[in-house]
Each structure stands twice: as structure tokens, then as C-alpha cells.
Ligand binder design. Structure first.
Ligand SMILES: *[C@@H]1O[C@H](CO)[C@@H](O)[C@H](O)[C@H]1NC(C)=O
Ligand SMILES: *[C@@H]1O[C@H](CO)[C@@H](O)[C@H](O)[C@H]1NC(C)=O
Ligand SMILES: *[C@@H]1O[C@H](CO)[C@@H](O)[C@H](O)[C@H]1NC(C)=O
Ligand SMILES: *[C@@H]1O[C@H](CO)[C@@H](O)[C@H](O)[C@H]1NC(C)=O
Ligand SMILES: *[C@@H]1O[C@H](CO)[C@@H](O)[C@H](O)[C@H]1NC(C)=O
Ligand SMILES: *[C@@H]1O[C@H](CO)[C@@H](O)[C@H](O)[C@H]1NC(C)=O
Ligand SMILES: [Zn+2]
Length: 290
């Protein structure tokens, strides 16, 4: 009888460790590591100089800064920049309309436009460029997460679901649990290596050349809106394919639901990393390949 107490304490400890692991960190750091493998030497040294970093994980290291900043009192203004609230009607109709969906306080698309132009402006101060770089590294990740491009139920934050036995919400599992299940215990750097190899090999039917279609500094607004629209389309085709009730009442989502939709998380992380690398190359050298 006495032995059950320490046993339960150990279980609790393990559960706590599992629950606090990551928090969206794995996705952002993986995107950053993929991008690091696609930037040229010139881009790498310029990004390091803007960040004031000599670290080997110079991009991964700052990839979640924006998520900490938004929860500080001086950074609260930046919270709307992490998403664009598409006012569409999933699963029957998905769409992003910049003038309808980007609020007065800004959104992920306006943020990518703004911080790209700050990085392109040779009169921008060092501190401003440093923030702009950290925001770009983060927001190009966020914009590829389908539920960061959806207004319904606060981007799925109020859709209660169960995942691997835990009560959580739909937004959270797309930020974190699905990504962790996909990585299968690998850390961000290792997971990024796997995805970068898959990108180079054209695995999973990925048409990598098309990932840079329409990507241009001439029209950063349509580039950003294109990325948001592409991710938002997955809300109808996958994330909420069978409607809200189906995910709320359909049982644990780590089984059949994960199997049916994990390929969306995989391709979106790969695209985000590949595009972030190309975008930084464009800003710094004028060429997507560096
Ligand atoms: C980033 O690097 C700094 C030191 O340069 C370190 O203190 C910090 O813990 C690192 N953060 C992450 C998220 O890797
Ligand atoms: C661009 O970013 C700067 C620095 O964060 C901010 O002060 C400014 O209001 C932003 N402009 C727009 C149009 O979003
Ligand atoms: C900024 O770029 C413009 C051309 O785009 C150039 O004329 C100017 O000298 C540059 N200024 C600095 C401080 O490098
Ligand atoms: C979702 O769960 C929260 C508590 O975790 C609860 O407050 C809320 O009422 C639930 N929402 C619905 C729609 O069941
Ligand atoms: C990536 O990981 C998956 C799952 O573990 C594996 O099936 C695949 O072969 C790996 N791909 C590469 C290119 O390493
Ligand atoms: C961007 O504009 C420049 C100058 O007008 C043009 O030469 C270039 O082809 C354009 N690039 C794209 C990708 O549209
Ligand atoms: Zn974010």
C-alpha cells in the first residue's frame, strides 16, 4: 500500500516533464535549422552580424524570441502579428483576404512586409534590424501553421480536444503535439536534417521548385498572402475537414486523426524552412539560392 505513493509520484513527474517539454519550440527551431542549411555564406555572415551572434544555432536560438516578447508588457502590441484571422467558413469554404482579415493592429502578413522592408532599408538602425530579423525568422514559421491563418474559434484555441490522453485544444496540437509525434523523439537539429534531406530528394511527392513560385521582393504583400492562403486551405482539407464536432467528439486525435493529417504538418515545416532560407538570401544577396 505504501509503495503506491512513490510510484504515483514518479508517474506524475514523468507526465509533468512530458507536458512542459517544448511548447511550440520544436516547430520553430526546426524551421530555423532547415533555413540555416539553405542560406549562402554571405547570408549567414550578414544574419549573424545583424543578430550579433556567432553561435552555430544562430537562427534556432532566436526563433522563439517573438513568443516570449509578446507576453511581456512592452511586447504585447506584437501579439496580433503572429497570425492572420481569416474570416472564412471552414470546412465548406476557406480563403484569406488581406483587406478583410488583417486587422488594424496588423497581422502576420503585414509584419512580414514591414520587417522585410526594414531589413532591406540600408538606413535602418542596428537595434531595429535585430528585432526585424528575429520577427522574420519567427513569423515565416507561424504563417505556415494552418491554424495561424484562421479566425474560427480563435484559431482553434477554444476547440477542446484530447491528444495522447491529455485535454488540450486544436490550436495547441497543431503547434506542438503533432510536430512532436512526427519528430518521434528527435531534437530540432536532427529533425531538420531529416526534412532537409527529404527536400533535396523530393520525397513524399514534394515539388520543391514550386515552393518559390510567386516569391518575390517586388511584391512582399502578395508573397505573404500567398503563403497564408496556402496554409489556410489546409484548414478545410485537413485540420477541420469533418467539422468542429468531429474533432471535439471524435476521441483521441493522436491516432486516426494524426495518421490522416500529419503530412500537412511535415510539408508545412519543410516549406517554412526552405522559404525562410530563400527569403533571407533574397533580402541579403538578391538571389533565392544565395
Ligand atoms: C540563445 O543563446 C543565449 C546565449 O547567446 C542563451 O543564453 C540562450 O539560452 C539561448 N536560447 C535558446 C532558446 O537557445
Ligand atoms: C513596422 O515595425 C516597426 C518596428 O516594430 C513599427 O514601429 C511600425 O509601426 C511597423 N509598421 C507597420 C506599418 O506595421
Ligand atoms: C543606401 O542605398 C542607396 C541606394 O539604394 C545608396 O545611394 C546609399 O548611399 C546607401 N546608403 C548607405 C548609408 O549605405
Ligand atoms: C474547454 O475547456 C475549458 C477548460 O479547459 C472550459 O473552460 C471550456 O468551457 C471548454 N469549452 C467547451 C466548448 O467545451
Ligand atoms: C526521416 O524520418 C522518417 C521517419 O523516421 C524516415 O522514414 C525517413 O526515411 C527519414 N528520411 C530521411 C531523408 O532521413
Ligand atoms: C522584380 O522587379 C525587377 C525590376 O523591375 C525585375 O527585373 C524582376 O524580374 C522582378 N522579379 C520578379 C521575381 O518579379
Ligand atoms: Zn508565434
Amino acid at each position: 500500500m505504501h509503495s503506491t505513493v512513490p510510484f504515483r509520484a514518479v508517474i506524475l513527474l514523468l507526465l509533468t516533464a512530458r507536458l512542459t517539454f517544448a511548447w511550440g519550440t520544436l516547430g520553430h527551431e526546426t524551421v530555423a535549422w532547415i533555413a540555416q542549411s539553405y542560406v549562402s555564406e554571405t547570408t549567414e555572415s550578414t544574419v549573424k552580424s545583424i543578430l550579433g551572434s556567432t553561435r552555430s544555432d544562430y537562427m534556432a536560438n532566436v526563433s522563439t524570441w517573438a513568443d516570449s516578447y509578446r507576453y511581456t508588457s512592452s511586447g504585447r502590441w506584437s501579439a496580433p502579428l503572429h497570425y492572420i484571422d481569416a474570416n472564412d467558413s471552414p470546412p465548406s469554404s476557406c480563403s484569406v483576404d488581406y483587406s478583410r482579415d488583417c486587422g488594424e493592429a496588423g497581422c502576420s502578413v503585414s509584419a512580414i512586409v514591414n520587417y522585410t522592408s526594414i531589413l532591406l532599408d540600408n538606413t535602418s538602425g542596428q537595434a531595429l534590424k535585430n528585432d526585424a530579423m528575429k520577427f522574420i525568422i519567427h513569423f515565416i514559421g507561424d504563417i505556415h501553421q494552418p491554424l495561424h491563418d484562421e479566425a474560427l474559434d480563435v484559431g482553434g484555441n477554444t476547440i477542446n480536444v484530447t491528444y495522447d490522453g491529455e485535454a488540450t485544444n486544436l490550436h495547441h496540437i497543431w503547434d506542438t503535439e503533432i510536430v512532436e509525434q512526427l519528430a518521434n523523439g528527435a531534437g530540432a537539429q536532427e529533425f531538420a536534417k531529416n526534412l532537409s534531406s527529404a527536400i533535396r530528394a523530393g520525397d513524399y511527392g514534394w515539388d520543391v521548385d514550386s515552393w518559390l513560385n510567386g516569391v518575390s521582393l517586388n511584391d512582399t504583400l502578395s508573397t505573404g498572402t500567398g503563403w497564408a492562403s496556402e496554409a489556410n486551405a489546409y484548414v478545410c482539407s485537413d485540420v477541420l475537414h469533418a467539422g468542429v464536432d468531429a474533432v471535439e467528439e471524435g476521441g483521441d486525435l493522436s491516432g486516426t486523426y494524426y495518421q490522416a493529417h500529419y503530412d500537412v504538418a511535415r510539408v508545412q515545416i519543410a516549406r517554412a524552412g526552405y522559404r525562410l532560407g530563400a527569403w533571407l538570401n533574397l533580402i541579403i544577396t538578391g538571389r533565392t539560392d544565395g
